[in-house]
Design a protein around this ligand. Structure first.
Ligand SMILES: [Zn+2]
Ligand SMILES: [Zn+2]
Length: 649
C-alpha cells in the first residue's frame, strides 16, 4: 500500500544467509515513487546497494530505527508479485537465493531504454510463412489442442514433433491460438539458430508484436524489450533460456522447444533449468504449457505418466509421410567386410548412402566432437560402465584400479545388460572425416559446420556437409541423406542421460532429411541393439523415453530422484553433509576427491539424493546449509547444484 511508512526491500547482496527482505523507512520525498516492484538504492551494512521494493507495510517487526531508502532509481514496477513468487519458487527449488535469480531474470536498468520502451522499432522481423494449422492434422488430438488454446482453457502437453522442418510453423500455430484467446504467450528455445527459425515462421499478425529476447542483445535493447512486455505493449515473446522469466501480461501459454538441449540449463548459480522454471511458472500462473521436441526426455515422459500432461504424438500414418528411412550398421562388423574400401571408419552402407544421396542433393554427415570422454564403457555392449552400488560412472585410478566417480567405492565391473566384465576407455580419435570424404568423393563439394564456425543453411546443390551435433545447417528442400558416424561416441557422453542425449542428437540430424517417400534416408553407424538406435530406426521417441524413465527408476536417478551435487573444499562439503545427512531417506554418495582445479586447490564432491516426493525437504535443508556456510567467517568454496545436467560422468 503506497503511503505506508515502511518499504520491505530485497537487497542485492551475494550472501545466502541474508536471503530475506529488509525493512526501510520511506521518506516523504520518495513516498510516491517507492511503489511495490520499484528499483531502489539502500544503505546496507554501510554500503549503498541496489534493491527492489517488495511491498509497503504500515509497520516493521524490526526493533529500533529503520534506515531510510536513499533513492528510487525508477518507479517502474519491475518486480511484480507474480515475478517475485516465481523467482522465490525457483530459488527454493535450486537451494539458491532470490538475489541470484533477480540477476538472471531481470535485466539491469538502462535509462535510455526506459525512455524509449514505448517505441515499436524493434519488433521481430520475419513472419512470412505463417502458422500451419493443417500440419496438426497428423495428430489425433491436434485440433482439440488448438481449439482449447483458442478458447483460453489451459491444456498441458508433451509434444513429439514430427521429423522434418514443420516444427516452427506448428509452434507458430500454438502461439497464434493462444494470442487469439487474448492471453500472452512465451516461447523458449535453446539457441539463436532455433529462435531465428521460430521467428521466421510467425504469421504476420504475430510477427508484428513479437518481442525477441536473447543474450546477445545490447543492455539497452534488452531492457527496452523487457519493459514493453511488462507494460503490456506486447504479449508475445520468443527467446532463449532467460525469456522464461519474461514479464508477459496475462500469460496464457508457455511453449518450450527441445528441453533435452543443455543450453536450457543456466550456467550461473543456482543453475536453474528453463524447463523446470516453465513448469513451475505454468503451475503458479495457471497457464497452458507445451514442451516440444523431436526426441523426448525422461522428465517429460514422467509428466505424461503421472497424468500431469497429455502426450501429443502423430499417427503412424502421418509419420510415414514425414520420416526418412533409417538403417543402422554396426561399425566393427561392417568395417571388416570393407577390406579394400578407402576408409575403415565409415562402413559400406554409409558410403553408398553418401554416393546415392549426392545424385539428388546435399548429404549431411554428423560427426561427434573430437576429444576425450571421461568414464568407461562396457567392453561388450559399449554401454556406460556403472557402479553396482550407486549407478554412478566407473573411472580408473592412476594405479588402473576401478573406482566409482560418484561414491568412491572401489570395485569390479559386471555389465547389467550383457554380462561382460571388461571395460574400455572412451575417446573420440582425430576426426578425419572431412579429409576422408574429400578423398573418396573428389568431385563433391565438402562443407563444414561446427560450434565455432556454423553454417545456417546450405544450398540445394549436391554437397557433403560435415557437421558436429547441434551445428547442422538447414537444407532448403531437405537433405537427400544423412550419415551419423561414430554413433557410439554419443552413447558414451558424460551425462546421466547418455542414451537419451544420443537419440536427441540423431533425431535432430535425421529431421533435416527428406521424408522416405521423397527418397530421404539415414544411415547410423552404431550397434543396432542399442535402445536409441532402435528408437531412431522406428522413429519412436515416446517408446525410448518410457524405457529411459523406467531405467532411471531402477538406477535411482532423476527425475524419479532429486539429486544434488555439492562441490567444495573438504570442510565446506562436510559442513553441508552434516546438515543434510540428518534427514531421513537421503542417500549420501562420497565425498570423493576431484581433480585439482586450475589454481591447484583440492576439491571434493559429494552427491545426495532422495525420492522426488521428499525433494522439498532436501532442497530446503540444502538452502539452510548454504546459508550457514555463508554466515561463517572462514567460509571456503562451495557450489551446490540441484539436478545438474552434466553430472561429471
Ligand atoms: Zn555390456
Ligand atoms: Zn558408486
Amino acid at each position: 500500500m503506497p503511503g505506508a511508512a515502511v518499504a520491505r526491500v530485497v537487497v542485492d547482496v551475494p550472501h545466502a544467509h541474508l536471503d530475506r527482505p529488509f525493512d526501510y523507512a520511506v521518506p516523504d520525498s520518495l513516498d510516491a515513487a517507492a511503489v511495490p516492484g520499484s528499483r531502489v538504492r539502500v544503505r546496507f551494512a554501510g554500503v549503498l546497494r541496489n534493491g527492489f521494493v517488495l511491498e509497503r507495510v504500515a509497520r516493521s517487526d524490526h526493533e529500533g530505527r529503520l534506515s531510510p531508502l536513499q533513492r528510487v532509481l525508477t518507479p517502474e514496477p519491475i518486480l511484480t508479485q507474480d515475478l517475485h513468487r516465481l523467482l522465490r519458487g525457483v530459488a527454493d527449488h535450486y537451494a539458491g537465493t532470490l538475489a541470484d535469480l533477480l540477476r538472471l531474470a531481470v535485466p539491469p536498468r538502462h535509462a535510455r531504454g526506459e525512455r524509449r520502451a514505448a517505441a515499436r522499432e524493434d519488433s521481430a522481423t520475419g513472419g512470412h510463412e505463417g502458422g500451419r494449422d493443417d500440419l496438426w492434422r497428423g495428430y489425433p488430438t491436434g485440433a482439440a489442442l488448438l481449439q482449447a488454446l483458442r478458447q483460453g482453457t489451459r491444456p498441458r502437453a508433451v509434444w513429439s514433433a514430427p521429423p522434418g522442418p514443420a516444427w516452427p510453423r506448428m509452434a507458430a500455430s500454438l502461439l497464434c491460438a493462444a494470442r487469439a484467446a487474448g492471453g500472452g504467450a512465451c516461447m523458449v528455445l535453446p539457441g539463436r539458430h532455433e529462435l531465428r527459425q521460430a521467428i521466421q515462421s510467425l504469421p504476420p499478425c504475430c510477427a508484428a508484436e513479437a518481442v525477441e529476447l536473447h543474450a546477445e542483445l545490447s543492455a539497452e535493447a534488452r531492457y527496452r524489450r523487457w519493459l514493453r512486455l511488462r507494460r503490456g505493449d506486447s504479449r508475445l515473446v520468443l527467446g532463449t533460456r532467460s525469456a522464461v522469466y519474461a514479464p508477459v501480461a496475462d500469460l496464457g501459454l508457455l511453449l518450450l522447444w527441445d528441453d533435452g538441449n543443455d543450453l536450457h540449463a543456466e550456467r550461473q548459480a543456482p543453475y536453474p533449468h528453463a524447463r523446470e522454471v516453465a513448469l513451475l511458472r505454468s503451475h503458479q500462473q495457471r497457464t497452458a504449457v507445451v514442451v516440444g521436441a523431436h526426441a523426448r526426455t525422461a522428465e517429460c515422459q514422467r509428466l505424461v505418466e503421472t497424468g500431469w500432461a497429455r502426450s501429443l504424438e502423430p499417427t503412424r500414418d502421418a509419420l510415414r509421410g514425414w520420416a526418412p528411412l533409417v538403417r543402422a550398421t554396426g561399425d566393427e562388423v561392417e568395417a571388416v567386410r570393407d577390406v579394400g574400401a578407402r576408409s575403415a571408419r565409415v562402413p559400406s552402407l554409409a558410403w553408398r548412402a553418401v554416393r546415392d544421396g549426392l545424385s539428388s542433393g546435399p548429404v549431411l554427415v554428423q560427426v561427434p566432437r573430437r576429444g576425450y570422454i571421461p568414464g568407461l564403457r562396457c567392453g561388450g555392449c559399449g554401454g556406460p560402465a556403472r557402479c553396482p552400488r550407486c549407478a554412478g560412472p566407473l573411472g580408473m585410478t592412476v594405479g588402473r584400479a576401478l573406482r566409482c566417480r560418484w561414491c568412491g567405492t572401489p570395485g569390479t565391473f559386471s555389465c547389467a545388460d550383457c554380462g561382460h566384465t571388461d571395460v574400455r576407455a572412451v575417446s573420440v580419435g582425430s576426426v578425419r572425416t572431412h579429409e576422408e570424404l574429400s578423398k573418396a568423393f573428389p568431385r563433391a563439394r565438402v562443407l563444414h559446420s561446427d560450434g565455432e564456425q556454423r553454417l545456417d543453411v546450405v544450398p540445394e546443390d549436391p554437397a557433403i556437409v560435415v557437421s558436429t551435433p547441434g551445428a547442422e545447417p538447414v537444407a532448403a528442400e531437405g537433405y537427400a541423406a544423412a550419415v551419423i558416424v561414430d554413433g557410439w561416441a554419443s552413447l558414451s557422453l558424460p551425462v546421466v542421460a547418455a542414451s537419451q542425449e544420443a537419440l536427441r542428437r540423431w533425431m535432430a540430424a535425421a529431421s533435416l532429411v527428406r521424408p522416405q517417400p521423397a527418397g530421404g534416408r539415414v544411415v547410423i553407424v552404431a550397434d543396432p541393439r542399442q535402445r536409441a538406435v532402435q528408437a531412431l530406426s522406428r522413429w519412436d521417441p515416446s517408446w525410448a523415453a518410457e524405457r529411459e524413465l523406467s531405467e532411471r527408476r531402477e538406477l535411482n536417478l532423476p527425475p524419479v530422484q532429486r539429486l544434488a551435487e555439492i562441490v567444495g573444499d573438504t570442510a565446506s562439503v562436510a559442513g553441508v553433509l552434516s546438515v543434510v545427512s540428518l534427514l531421513p531417506d537421503v542417500e549420501v554418495l562420497g565425498p570423493v576427491p576431484l581433480p585439482e582445479g586450475e589454481d591447484g586447490a583440492t576439491q571434493e564432491r559429494a552427491l545426495v539424493r532422495t525420492d522426488v516426493s521428499r525433494a522439498d525437504r532436501l532442497t530446503s535443508a540444502l538452502g539452510s546449509a548454504v546459508a550457514e556456510h555463508s554466515r561463517s567467517r572462514a567460509a571456503g568454496r562451495l557450489r551446490v547444484r540441484v539436478d545438474p545436467v552434466d553430472l561429471g560422468w
